[in-house]
Design a protein around this ligand. Structure first.
Ligand SMILES: Cc1ncc(C[n+]2csc(CCOP(=O)(O)OP(=O)(O)O)c2C)c(N)n1
Ligand SMILES: [Mg+2]
Length: 829
C-alpha cells in the first residue's frame, strides 16, 4: 500500500517503501492530482500489470548488460567462460553514468508506444550515453537491419561490443551512425530545441526528450523551456521532456538536483510546464512509478491535443504540457564502491567506473560481478538472441524508435514548391539607375514560398523579420505565439509559422530539428550575432559531413542563413553590431558543405535564394542588406551572373581587353563603392584600363581541388589576370580573400579592402571610410599599385585624400553624409 508522503506547493507526493540507501521512489504532479502507483485510472491504455513491469525490468537489464559490454568487452560476450584480461578492451572509453537512466526511459517508452500505437522518437540529451541508444536499437532489431554484420547472435554481440569507441568502429555518442538519433548530444544543450523543432507541423509526432541535469545548466537548454509559448497543440506534435536528475555532471553536483524540490517544481511550473516527479532507486518501485506517470502524462498530452484540435481549448492560453522529473542515481545498478570510494550515485560514475580492469584483479572481478548481476541467461538464449518474450516488448516496424523515419529526415523530405522567382524580378533599364531594398523583394517571394508550403517551410529570426524587410510574409501567416495577444500586437497568432524569439540558440536549434526531420527553413539574423550559434553550426556541419558517409542516411535540406542587418549598415547600433566574421567561420567547414553568397542586388538575391532553397546538405550563407541599393542586373543577367558566381561587368569597365588594373568587389556595399571608384578613375584617368569584376559566390575564388565551386587557374587568371594589380573591395575581413586566393599565381597582387575592426554609430559613408573601403581609398590604392601611375598621379591622389577629409568633415558638421557620397546612381545610367 502506498502512502502520501507530504503535501507541499500544491504537490502530492506518493511514497514507496524506501530502499536502504536512498530517497524513496515518489511521484507527484504539481497540479496536485495523485498520479503514480495509485490512480492512473484515466489512462487510455490502462496501467501496466506487474507481469508487464517484470518484463520491462528484464528488458532494461538486457540494455544495461549490452551497455556495459560495449564499454568493456572485446570478447566473451555471453560470459561463457570466466572473464579474463584478454576479453577487455585496452582503452576503456565511454560513459556509464547516464546510461542506465536512458535505458530505463527507453524501455518504458517502448511499452507506451506499443500500448498506444504512438509515433515517437527518442532524443538522448546526454548523448554521451551512446551505449544506451545503441543497445536499445540493437534490442529492437533495427541495429542488425541497418548493420547486418551485427547480427542477433553471439558473434553479433561480440562485434557490437567491440566496435563501440574502438578505432574503425562507432563513436561513443548518439552520433549519426546511431539509428533513431537526431541529437548527437556531444556538445550539450540542444536536445529540447531539437525535439521542439522536430514536432513543428507534425501533429502526430511525439518527441521524448531526455535532458541531462548538467545539460540543463547550459544557456541553450535553459531557453528551450519556453517551447510552450510557441508550440501549437492543434497543428504541431508534442514534446515530452524528461529531466534526468541523476544529480551529477562530470565532477560536480548539478544545480537543479540540489535545489529544494519545491523550488525546482516552481521553476518548471513557472516555465509553463506541469511537472511530474519520479524519484528513487528501487528498480521495481521505479518501474511502477515511471510507467504510471508516463501513462498519465501521455493521457494529458492526448487531452491537450484533442481539446486544441476540437476547438475546446481557448486560444491565447498556452497549453500546460506535462514533463517528467526523473531522479535516479548516476551509474544506477553499477559498482557501488570501487577502491573504497562510493561510485554509484556520485559523479564518479560518469565515465568508466572500473578503470583498470586489465591490470587490477579486483576490478576484473567487480566487472564480472557487475555483468553477471544482470543475469544474461534470463535475457538471451544460448546463441545470444534476445528471448522472444523480451523481443516482443519492442514496438514493430517504423514504430520502433530506432526506425522512425522522422529520425532520418531525408526519407520524408520533399522538394519545396517554389514560386517562379523570375516573376518577382526588379525591372532594370540600365545598371545602377534605380534602387531597391533587396530583402523587400525577397520577402515577397518568401511570402509565396510559405503560402505554397504550409507544412514544410518555416522562417526563423530573432525578432526582426519585419526589420529585415521580409514583412510581406505576414500577408499569409503570422508569428507563432501561444501566449495572450493584445490588440496592440502585430501579426501574432497561435498558428503562425514565422518563428521569432530573442534567442539565436533557440532559433538555430528549432531550425535544425525541423531540417533533421525532413523539412526546410531559413534563418534571417543580424550578421554580428550569428556568431552566437557558431558552435551549433560546427555540430550541424559534423552531422551533415557524417551522413554524407552513411549510406542509409538520406540527404537533408540545407541549413540556410540570411545575414541581413550587416556590418556596413548598423546606423542605429554601431560597433557592437558590426562583425562580418560569421562567413569566415562557415568557410572553415568542409568544402562539401560550406557555401557563401554575396548577391550585389535584388535580382541576384532572388536567384541565389531560389538556388539555396533547392539545395541539400549544405550550409548556405547569404549576405544581403535591407537598405535600398542600386539595381544593376536584369533578371536574365542576374541568373547568368549568379550561375557563374563571378563576372566581369563590361558596363563598369573601361576596357574589354587586357586591363591595367582589376577592380573587384564582393558584397553590395563594397560593390557600390568599387563602382564609384571605377567612375572616379574613368573621370580622372580616362586612359587607365580598368576591368570591373563582381564576385557573388565566394567559393569560386578557391581552386577546384579545394572546393567544388572553385575556378581552375586558367579561368581565374583570365578574370583576375596573372600579373595585374587587383584592388578588391570585400564585405568581410580582408584576410578571408587572401585565404581563398593564396595559391593563385597573382595572389601577391591582391590588395583587399574590407572590415578592419573600425566601427561606431555613424553614417554609412563614414563607416566605409573608417575601414578604408570607400571609393577614394580604393581609387588611391589603384594609383599606388599601377606602375604607370604612382608618383605621376600624386596630385590626383592628394585630391582623393582631401575628398575623404571633406566627406568626413561634412558628417561632423551636418550629421549625415554629403548627398554626393550617399548611394547615388551609376553615372552612366
Ligand atoms: C557544452 C558542453 N560543455 C561541456 C561538455 C563536457 N561534458 C561532457 S558530459 C558532461 C556532464 C554532463 O552532465 P549531465 O548533463 O548531467 O549528463 P549525465 O549526468 O546524464 O551524464 C560535461 C560537462 C559538453 N559535452 N558539452
Ligand atoms: Mg547528470
Amino acid at each position: 500500500m502506498l502512502e502520501v508522503l507530504e503535501w507541499s506547493a500544491g504537490c502530492q507526493f506518493i511514497a514507496f517503501p524506501s530502499s536502504e540507501r536512498s530517497a524513496p521512489a515518489r511521484c507527484c504532479s504539481a497540479a496536485g492530482s495523485i498520479v503514480a502507483g495509485v490512480t492512473p485510472t484515466d489512462t487510455a491504455a490502462g496501467p501496466a500489470t506487474d507481469e508487464e513491469l517484470a518484463l520491462v525490468d528484464r528488458y532494461w537489464r538486457a540494455a544495461n548488460y549490452l551497455s556495459v559490454g560495449q564499454i568493456y568487452l572485446l570478447d566473451n560476450p555471453l560470459l561463457e567462460v570466466p572473464l579474463a584480461p584478454e576479453h577487455i578492451k585496452p582503452r576503456l572509453l565511454g560513459h556509464w553514468g547516464t546510461t542506465p537512466g536512458l535505458n530505463f526511459m527507453y524501455a518504458h517508452c517502448n511499452r507506451a508506444i506499443k500500448a498506444r500505437d504512438l509515433d515517437a522518437i527518442f532524443l538522448a540529451g546526454p548523448g554521451h550515453g551512446g551505449p544506451a541508444v545503441v543497445s536499445n536499437t540493437y534490442l529492437e532489431g533495427v541495429y542488425s537491419e541497418t548493420y547486418p554484420h551485427i547480427g542477433q547472435n553471439r558473434e553479433g554481440l561480440r562485434r557490437l561490443f567491440r566496435q563501440f569507441s574502438f578505432p574503425g568502429g562507432i563513436p561513443s555518442h548518439a552520433a549519426p551512425q546511431t539509428p533513431g538519433s537526431i541529437n548527437e548530444g556531444g556538445e550539450l544543450g540542444y536536445s529540447l530545441m531539437h525535439a521542439t523543432g522536430a514536432v513543428f507541423d507534425d501533429p502526430d509526432l511525439l518527441a521524448v526528450c531526455t535532458i541531462g541535469d548538467g545539460e540543463a545548466e547550459t544557456g541553450p537548454l535553459a531557453t528551450s523551456w519556453h517551447a510552450p509559448a510557441f508550440l501549437d497543440p492543434a497543428r504541431d506534435g508534442a514534446v515530452l521532456p524528461i529531466l534526468h536528475l541523476n544529480g551529477y555532471k562530470i565532477a560536480n553536483p548539478t544545480v537543479l538536483a540540489r535545489l529544494p524540490e519545491e523550488q525546482l517544481l516552481s521553476l518548471i511550473t513557472g516555465w509553463g510546464w506541469e511537472p511530474f516527479v519520479v524519484s528513487g532507486d528501487d528498480p521495481m518501485l521505479m518501474h511502477r512509478a515511471f510507467s504510471d506517470v508516463l501513462d498519465t502524462v501521455l493521457d494529458r498530452i492526448a487531452t491537450i491535443q484533442q481539446q486544441a484540435r476540437s476547438g475546446e481549448h481557448p486560444k491565447g492560453e498556452p497549453a500546460r504540457w506535462p514533463m517528467i522529473v526523473f531522479r535516479s542515481p548516476k551509474g544506477w545498478t553499477g559498482p557501488k564502491v570501487v577502491d573504497g570510494q562510493q561510485v554509484e550515485g556520485t559523479f564518479r560514475a560518469h565515465q568508466v567506473p572500473l578503470s583498470e580492469v586489465r591490470t587490477n584483479e579486483e576490478h576484473l572481478r567487480q566487472l564480472e560481478d557487475w555483468l553477471r548481476s544482470y543475469r544474461a541467461e534470463e535475457l538471451f538464449d544460448a546463441e545470444g538472441r534476445l528471448l522472444p518474450e523480451l523481443a516482443a516488448l519492442a514496438p514493430e516496424g517504423d514504430r520502433r524508435m530506432g526506425a522512425n523515419p522522422h529520425t532520418n529526415g531525408g526519407l520524408l523530405l520533399k522538394d519545396l514548391e517554389l514560386p517562379e522567382f523570375r516573376d518577382y524580378a526588379v525591372h532594370v533599364d540600365a545598371p545602377g539607375s534605380t534602387m531597391t531594398p533587396a530583402t523587400t523583394v525577397l520577402g515577397e517571394w518568401l511570402r509565396d514560398v510559405m503560402q505554397l508550403n504550409p507544412t514544410r517551410f518555416r522562417l526563423f529570426g530573432p525578432d526582426e523579420t519585419a526589420s529585415n524587410r521580409l514583412q510581406a510574409v505576414f500577408g499569409v501567416t503570422n508569428r507563432a505565439w501561444q501566449e495572450p495577444i493584445l490588440d496592440t500586437d502585430d501579426h501574432l497568432a497561435p498558428d503562425g509559422r514565422v518563428m521569432e524569439v530573442l534567442s539565436e540558440h533557440l532559433l538555430q536549434g528549432w531550425l535544425e530539428g525541423y531540417l533533421l526531420t525532413g523539412r526546410h527553413g531559413l534563418l534571417s539574423t543580424y550578421e554580428a550575432f550569428a556568431h552566437i550559434v557558431d558552435s551549433m553550426v560546427n555540430q550541424h556541419a559534423k552531422w551533415l559531413h557524417d551522413i554524407n558517409g552513411i549510406p542509409w542516411r538520406r540527404d537533408l535540406a540545407s541549413l540556410n542563413y540570411l545575414l541581413s542587418s550587416h556590418v556596413w549598415r548598423q546606423d542605429h547600433n554601431g560597433s557592437s553590431h558590426q562583425d562580418p566574421g560569421f562567413i569566415d567561420h562557415v568557410i572553415n567547414k568542409k568544402a562539401e558543405l560550406a557555401r557563401v553568397y554575396l548577391p550585389p542586388d535584388a535580382n541576384c538575391l532572388l536567384s541565389v535564394a531560389d538556388h539555396v532553397l533547392r539545395s541539400r546538405q549544405y550550409i548556405n550563407v547569404i549576405v544581403a542588406g535591407k537598405q535600398p541599393q542600386l539595381d544593376y542586373l536584369t533578371m536574365d543577367e542576374a541568373i547568368a551572373h549568379c550561375t557563374r558566381g563571378v563576372g566581369i561587368w563590361d558596363w563598369a569597365s573601361t576596357t574589354d581587353g587586357e586591363p591595367d588594373v582589376v577592380l573587384a568587389a564582393a558584397g553590395e556595399i563594397p560593390t557600390m563603392e568599387a563602382l564609384a571608384a571605377a567612375d572616379l578613375l574613368r573621370q580622372h584617368l580616362p586612359d587607365l584600363k580598368v576591368r570591373f569584376v563582381n564576385v557573388v559566390d565566394l567559393m569560386r575564388l578557391q581552386s577546384p581541388d579545394e572546393h567544388p565551386h572553385g575556378m581552375d587557374d586558367r579561368d581565374f587568371d583570365a578574370v583576375f589576370t596573372a600579373d595585374k594589380p587587383v584592388v578588391f573591395a570585400f564585405h568581410g575581413y580582408p584576410t578571408l580573400i587572401h585565404r581563398l586566393t593564396y595559391k593563385r599565381q597573382n595572389h601577391s597582387q591582391f590588395h583587399v579592402h574590407g572590415y578592419i575592426e573600425e566601427g561606431t554609430t555613424t553614417t554609412p559613408f563614414d563607416m566605409v571610410m573608417m575601414n578604408r573601403l570607400d571609393r577614394f581609398s580604393l581609387a588611391m590604392h589603384v594609383i599606388d599599385r599601377v606602375p604607370a601611375l604612382g608618383s605621376s598621379q600624386a596630385s590626383l591622389r592628394q585630391r582623393f585624400m582631401d575628398a575623404r577629409l571633406a566627406a568626413r568633415r561634412y558628417t561632423r558638421v551636418h550629421g549625415e553624409d554629403d548627398a554626393a557620397m550617399a548611394s547615388g546612381t551609376w553615372p552612366r545610367a
